[in-house]
Design a protein around this ligand. Structure first.
Ligand code: 6PG
Length: 474
């Protein structure tokens, strides 16, 4: 029998995805630019060899797959994907489907999709989350493309996706760039979630002077409560791990410079493009940028010194409870923002993104998987068109229960000079979003004063310019 699907690119993610596909009973053809990688992959596939067709030429590879041929391309995002597609195209036939499973910018995905429009070929942009382990044993999969192309791959993808209870974490989310857009926002939320955890860690380390091991225990406890999630779980583990050379906590030896490959930044850029506040994601991206300026920061510490405030905590147990609630509150803010960005993009790009489904397929497999996403699924299922997650009854209650703690934590950190840009952004977001009468009347007056931009009045009357004095377009 022919292979049900093909995969190009036997790096770690590609190999793991291919093994996962084979293991779930799907025959798969594989190809890699260098033949050695293909041979090695096949040699190490053990029991799964019967399900794998290793191919050394593109001709052989294409011929091995049942038409219309779904072909997963799992290589470095960017130009290599375009080059690979060009190489593949001459061998393909009508309705064959090239599937980019990397972390592509959805704008590239839209372009690739459009470029294939008249060729008879089609394209799927597929977000895959869950890292190496996820790819091997069950990732969360976000699919964008035509509905027909989705139908061709639905069975295979459903078989390999993570399951939440029995519910597979894969869905068709819309045309062209929908899948990669949703993956990008997933990563934006991931950045915010990680940054907020890092800020809380900073308060514990620098404010409460706790050791990595002690902090690990705190996260371990939280992982049993409402914060239960993969990121909290790995934070507990990361803080507990010992360095093989010194025996001390490895985390204390890791340079505080964070890398980034683009998805967080794209989330922030697209949010700004659409005029949707995503302050948690922006704060997280900016924090990574500041982190990378290690030498500058060290020089600045010499010039400016550290603020001499101290964390003044009367009751440590109560403060730890506050930290837990503050993290939950700020997390609600970041997720609410991420979903708001997706809802704006859905309109902007005509995708009809299904919010309850997105929350549902993020409950397992992906990096931001958590208990919490089940609660988001329930909230959006009840009210799929709500303007913002934080005004759904369940989340409004949670915000009201936790924002006091966030306020106390941010205040204490600010007074002690501990940086909490993402936590503070959540508080600023709640406080601005919930205030019916804001302060932009002053902005409007200033704009009118210097630029005659005009303004609307609260009483609906028609004066569109202010009485700013002579020569000022009064
Ligand atoms: C996932 C991760 C994964 C990854 C990104 C983000 O969902 O499995 O988001 O895609 O770790 O590459 O990486 P950066 O932090 O390097 O931007």
């Amino acid at each position: 029998a022919q292979a049900e699907i093909g995969l190009i690119g036997l790096g770690v993610m590609g190999s793991n995805l291919a093994l996962n596909i084979a293991e779930k009973g799907n025959k798969i053809a594989v190809f890699n630019r260098t033949v050695e990688a293909t041979r090695k992959f096949y040699a190490e596939a053990g029991d799964l060899q019967g399900q794998i067709v290793p191919c050394e030429t593109i001709e052989e590879f294409v011929a091995a797959i049942r038409p219309p041929r779904p072909i997963i391309i799992m290589i470095k995002a960017g130009d290599p994907v375009d080059q690979q597609m060009e190489l593949l195209k001459p061998y393909l036939e009508k309705n064959d489907i090239m599937i980019d499973a990397g972390n592509a910018n959805f704008r590239d995905t839209m372009r690739r999709f459009d470029n294939l429009k008249d060729s008879g070929l089609t394209f799927i942009g597929m977000g895959v989350s869950g890292g190496e382990e996820g790819a091997r044993h069950g990732p969360s999969i976000m699919v964008g493309g035509t509905e027909d192309s989705w139908k061709r791959v639905e069975k295979v993808l459903t078989s390999i996706a993570a399951k939440y209870n029995d519910d597979p974490c894969v869905a068709w989310l819309g045309e062209n760039g929908a899948g990669h857009f949703v993956k990008t926002i997933h990563n934006g939320i991931e950045y915010a979630d990680m940054q907020m955890i890092a800020e809380i860690y900073g308060i514990l380390r620098d404010g409460l002077k706790m050791s990595a091991t002690e902090i690990s225990e705190v996260f371990g406890t939280w992982n049993k409560g409402r914060l239960n999630s993969y990121l909290i779980e790995i934070t507990e583990k990361v803080l507990k791990a010992a360095d093989p050379i010194t025996g001390g906590p490895i985390v204390d030896l890791i340079l505080d410079k964070a890398g980034q490959k683009g998805t967080g930044k794209w989330s922030a850029i697209e949010a700004q493009n659409m005029g949707v506040p995503a302050t948690g994601i922006e704060a997280a991206v900016a924090a990574r940028s500041i982190s990378s300026m290690k030498e500058e920061r060290e020089a600045a510490e010499k010039v400016l010194g550290l603020p001499d405030g101290e964390l003044k905590i009367a009751d440590k147990a109560a403060f730890l409870k506050d930290l837990e609630s503050a993290l939950l509150a700020s997390k609600i803010g970041a997720y609410a923002q991420g979903f708001a960005v997706m809802s704006a993009a859905s309109k902007e790009f005509g995708w009809n993104l299904p919010m309850p489904t997105i929350a549902r397929i993020w409950r397992a497999g992906c990096i931001i998987r958590s208990q919490f996403l089940d609660e988001i699924t329930t909230a959006f299922t009840k009210d799929p068109d709500v303007a913002n997650l934080i005004v759904t009854p369940a989340f409004a209650t949670m915000v009201k229960e936790t924002d006091g703690a966030l306020r106390r934590v941010v205040s204490a950190a600010v007074l002690a000079g501990l940086p909490v840009p993402a936590l503070a952004s959540a508080l600023g977001y709640f406080d601005s979003y919930r205030r019916g009468r804001g302060t932009a009347n002053v902005i409007q007056a200033q704009r009118d004063f210097f630029g005659a931009h005009g303004f609307d009045r609260v009483d609906g009357k028609a004066a569109h310019h202010g009485p700013w004095g002579s020569g000022l377009n009064a």
